[in-house]
Ligand binder design. Structure first.
Ligand SMILES: [Zn+2]
Length: 244
């Protein structure tokens, strides 16, 4: 029987196809959630509000642009910063750059040769909600009954509505040596596809944690809010903890 894993509606409608990992992060047919688990209204809300903002924010915007992961419509990804617009290019080791008006002259005259890009999310709450959305969907993937367990209620509510009763967090790890190699040498679609992983780990005390792994990037978010982060020995900038 159909039932939405976020708003719990049983009446739907359930007519859309949901990619647990968005197509613009390489989610293909394998990433489609079985029918009847996500209603059209929730899918639309996630797609238009949360995913869009998360995918346009660090770290996903940088990842997509520097590695040249095409958008859902097959276009080259780009992002905007105060420096101007940075675009993916087809040549490994290069990106396109349209300077912001204030820098145009300096770029033309060769006075500006360095571009600095902010490596920090502007909306970490959207990143966190996006991760929670994927995490709850992966729980449903693994077991269509378990996902309705009340221990996930906070996660599904925060993901869908942004409402929460306490702080949430996510942990990010970027392996910069891998980023540099992938950027300068380029990656093949196979290399990308073989290094994408979404999994939910069961921890002691019925707690569960979602792990998203994308080539050089790992992100971890608790699906049951009470888990406290264990970050001893995890040094910045490779590891970064974000509280929301
Ligand atoms: Zn729903």
């Amino acid at each position: 029987m159909a039932r939405c894993i976020f708003c719990m509606t049983k009446t739907g409608p359930f007519s859309t196809r949901e990619h647990v990992l968005p197509e613009s992060l390489g989610g293909g047919e394998w990433a489609v959630l079985p029918n009847g688990l996500l209603c059209d209204s929730c899918q639309n809300k996630f797609g238009s509000e949360i995913e869009q903002q998360a995918l346009g924010d660090y770290p996903f915007s940088l990842l997509r642009t520097f590695l040249g992961i095409p958008t859902k419509k097959g276009k080259a990804p780009w992002f905007e910063s105060w420096e101007g617009i940075i675009r993916a290019s087809l040549l490994p080791g290069t990106v396109g750059y349209d300077p912001a008006p204030v820098f145009e002259q300096a770029v033309l005259e060769g006075k500006k040769t360095v571009i600095r890009v902010l490596a920090h999310p502007l909306k970490p709450d959207m990143i966190c909600r996006f991760l929670l959305k994927m995490g709850v969907e992966v729980v449903a993937w693994d077991n269509e009954q378990d996902v309705f367990c009340s221990k996930f209620d906070e996660a599904r509510r925060f993901a869908l509505t942004g409402e929460k009763t306490g702080k949430w967090w996510y942990l990010q790890r970027e392996r910069m040596d891998v980023v540099s190699r992938c950027f300068t040498q380029g990656i093949t679609p196979d290399e990308w596809a073989n290094n994408v992983k979404l999994e939910v780990a069961k921890l002691e005390g019925e707690h569960e944690m979602f792990h998203l792994s994308l080539l050089y990037l790992d992100m971890l978010v608790p699906l049951t809010r009470v888990i406290t982060p264990q970050v001893e020995g995890l040094e910045e900038p490779e590891y970064r903890l974000f509280w929301i």
